[in-house]
Write a protein that binds this ligand. Structure first.
Ligand SMILES: [Zn+2]
Length: 62
């Protein structure tokens, strides 16, 4: 399942593929808009989802 983020600056929707979220969002703080190229903070709930996604795929032990 993909997720959508909306740019805080221009409102452009940005689709986030599940594997991008799983591999990237849990350690990243920001994503860049494809339209206006400004940074957006990653919402805490998406970071939590990313962590949960990692746990279910890789197990809870690093
Ligand atoms: Zn934008």
């Amino acid at each position: 399942m993909d997720y959508l983020m909306f740019c805080d600056h221009c409102g452009m929707p940005k689709p986030i593929e599940e594997h991008i979220m799983r591999e990237y969002f849990w350690i990243a703080n920001q994503v860049y808009c494809n339209n206006c190229e400004r940074s957006n903070n990653i919402p805490k709930y998406l970071q939590s989802l990313a962590l949960d996604s990692r746990k279910s795929r890789y197990g809870s032990n690093d």
